[in-house]
Design a protein around this ligand. Structure first.
Ligand code: HEC
Length: 153
């Protein structure tokens, strides 16, 4: 039997748990961002239903949904997209490599959405026309990021 070189042994003892920790952290971030996106879609759905006049306009429900959406948008951050969590690198990820190739543009898309969500927060409880006006930018905020940075189904 060949003796295991001390260096390799050290590597396996030190590096493996570190790698496992990284993998667990990546898994957590993917779960976290999926949860965040799901909740954003849930709140957006209430506003979208009213904007399309499929559900009756209710200032209080709209105002609450917009506040929640704005709070959720403020949690969205590049930190939820650690290196190694792109589609093909990690399970359940639809995040495209462009996120790490164009980090400034990705961060800009996050700020744009936060801004659109803040405008919606100001508009949603006012009246239906204001909500409908704010909906365009907000919807575009989700869509334009997905267009470039999310793998299509
Ligand atoms: C800055 C970019 C960006 C913005 C803004 C954004 N998303 Fe996403 N979204 C992504 C990426 C990237 C993914 C894929 C993430 C993954 O699979 O790990 C995603 C995934 C999703 C998913 C699928 C979640 C899952 O469980 O697979 C939903 C739903 C979603 N987004 C809804 C929204 C809604 C609604 C908005 C707007 C209110 C929005 N997103 C805004 C980038 C964005």
């Amino acid at each position: 039997m060949r003796p295991i070189p001390a260096l390799a042994l050290t590597f396996s003892l030190v590096a493996l748990p570190a790698l496992a920790q990284d993998a667990r952290q990546i898994e957590r971030m993917i779960e976290g961002r999926h949860g965040l996106m799901t909740l954003m879609a849930y709140e957006l759905g209430k506003l979208g239903g009213m904007a399309k006049e499929e559900t009756p306009y209710d200032a209080e429900v709209a105002g609450d949904a917009a506040s929640n959406l704005s709070a959720l948008a403020s949690v969205l951050s590049p930190e939820l997209f650690p290196k190694g969590s792109a589609v093909g690198e990690a399970e359940d990820s639809e995040a495209l490599p462009a996120i790490w190739e164009k980090p400034d543009d990705f961060a800009q898309k996050i700020s744009d959405m936060e801004e659109a969500a803040a405008k919606m927060q100001a508009a949603a409880g006012t009246d239906l026309a204001s909500l409908q006006g704010a909906m365009r930018d907000l919807g575009a905020g989700c869509g334009s990021c997905h267009e470039t940075y999310r793998q299509k189904d």
